[in-house]
Design a protein. Sequence first.
Length: 242
Amino acid sequence: MKTQRPVLTLLCASLLTAFAAQAFAQTSTTTTTTTSTSTVVTRLANRYATFAGSESNAEALVNALRNGTSATLDTTTTTTVTNPDGTTSTSTSTTPTTIQPATGKMGWGNVNIALALAQDELKQMGITQPTADQINAVLNGGTITSSDGSSQSLQGVLALRAQGEGWGQISHTLGFKLGDVVSASNNGHSQAGATHGSKPELASSHPTGADRPAHPDHPQRPDRPDRPQRPDRPDHVGRPGG
C-alpha cells in the first residue's frame, strides 16, 4: 500500500497539469479571437466613420451587420440663431435612430461590401454626410430627400440581399461594378457614378455561401479499351508412340 500512494499522487498531479494546460489553451484562443475581431471592427469603423457620422456610429453599424442585431446611431444637429443684438448663439441636439439590418449575420467581407454600396449610392445622389434616417433607408429601403430637394425611393442594399440577390446583381442594379466598389473601399475611396456592369467578387471580399463561384466539374476520364483476349493455347501433342 505504501508504494501505491506515490503513484496515485503523481497520477493526480499529471491530470491537474493536463486540465490546467487545456484551460489555458482555451483562454488563449478566446483572447486571440476577441483581439482579431476588435481589430477588424476598428478598421472598418475608421473606413466608414464619415459615412456613419462618427466612429462610434460606424462601430455600432459594423457590429450590427456582422451579428444581425440592431444599432443605435446618433445624429448631431447644430443650430445657429441670430440674437436681437446681432450676436449669434449655437445649440446642439442629438437624435438617436435605431437601425435593424434586413439581413442576418454576415461575414466581414459582406459587411464591407454592403456599406461600400450604401455609401456610393448616397454619394451618387449628392449625399456625402447622411443622417441616420438616410443610412437606414439606403440599407433597408425607404424614401429619402436628395440634395436637390427631390424625393427618391430606395430599394435598400440589405433588403435586396435578404431577397437572395448576389452582390454582383445588387451592384449592377445600383449602377456600379462590384470589383471597382470593393477595390475602392479597400483603398478608402468611392465609386459613385461608375457605369453599369458587374464583375466577379474579389478574393478580398471573402464571399460565402451562394456567392462563391461553383467549381466546374472535372471531365471524366475515357474508359480504357478492353484488352484483347489471348488466343487459346493448343493442346500439347502427345509424344509419338504414346
